[in-house]
Design a protein around this ligand. Structure first.
Ligand SMILES: [Zn+2]
Length: 253
């Protein structure tokens, strides 16, 4: 079961880094990639940033997380338990496994990944005790969740020119209603994940019982919704809000 942190509980510093990840996701969208972006942070500094490049290289393993891991491992050998990954979408099973193998300390993500998520939505790769050789890691979602979902919707609204048989989507309408996150494990349980990876599964008081469906084209199959562009938490257009970053903590790139 995934863990979602309510907006009131989210640390502004974490939100600042998630905005950096959203910038990478925007870049992916601009390059006709599934819009997922990430940044790895150590001691208040970004040590790697990446985005999906699966279409560019026709390589299904080039998810943002693995792209970044490739770049950072030579300089930051595992284990990476002092490093936090900020990623706009819950890591898939493949990436979650890789993150556990490199000993990542913490993963914060935007929206859940109901179909492929390896940090609670589909499998508990981050916390399962059945991987005894690699330590579990904290995984918490909900950071700019709406913005992450809207980026995905914008991608799936467009026609994928690289698809064998591109679907005509000219009649589709961008939906802007965001369903609440699915049932969530209490965030307090995750603080003890290192010692009790399978503890506590009671629903959070901030969660609802609505199934998550953050990913996939199902969001756009319906004509429900409006044509209004996506709006961020502060009511600003998504694409123009992503430059507000804790620059004093951001290293030169
Ligand atoms: Zn992945």
């Amino acid at each position: 079961m995934a863990t979602y942190i309510s907006p009131e509980e989210q640390d502004p510093l974490d939100l600042g880094w998630m905005r950096e990840a959203l910038i990478m996701a925007e870049e992916a969208l601009a390059h006709d990639e599934v819009p997922v972006g990430c940044v790895f942070v150590k001691d208040g500094k970004a040590i790697a940033r990446a985005r999906n490049r699966t279409n560019e290289w026709r390589n299904a393993t080039l998810h943002a997380e693995l792209e970044a891991i490739d770049h950072l491992l030579p300089h930051h050998p595992a284990p990476l338990n002092s490093i936090t990954l900020y990623v706009t979408v819950e890591p898939c099973v493949m990436c979650a496994s890789a993150l556990r193998q490199i000993g990542i300390g913490r993963v914060l993500y935007g929206c859940g990944n109901e179909r492929f998520g390896g940090c609670g939505s589909l499998l508990d790769i981050h916390s399962t005790p059945h991987l005894p050789t690699d330590p579990p890691f904290v995984a918490q979602g909900g950071y700019y969740r709406e913005e992450a979902i809207m980026l995905l919707r914008r991608f799936y609204m467009s026609e994928n020119s690289k698809a064998p048989q591109p679907k005509k989507k000219t009649t589709r309408v961008l939906k802007t209603n965001i369903p609440p996150p699915p049932p969530s494990r209490p965030s307090s349980a995750l603080k003890n994940v290192q010692s009790t990876p399978s503890s506590a599964s009671a629903p959070s008081s901030t969660s609802t019982l609505t199934p998550d469906s953050d990913l996939g084209e199902k969001y756009n199959e319906s004509s429900e919704g409006s044509t209004t562009a996506g709006r961020g938490r502060q009511g600003l257009p998504i694409g123009s809000t992503l430059v507000a970053t804790p620059r004093n903590m951001t290293p030169s790139r």
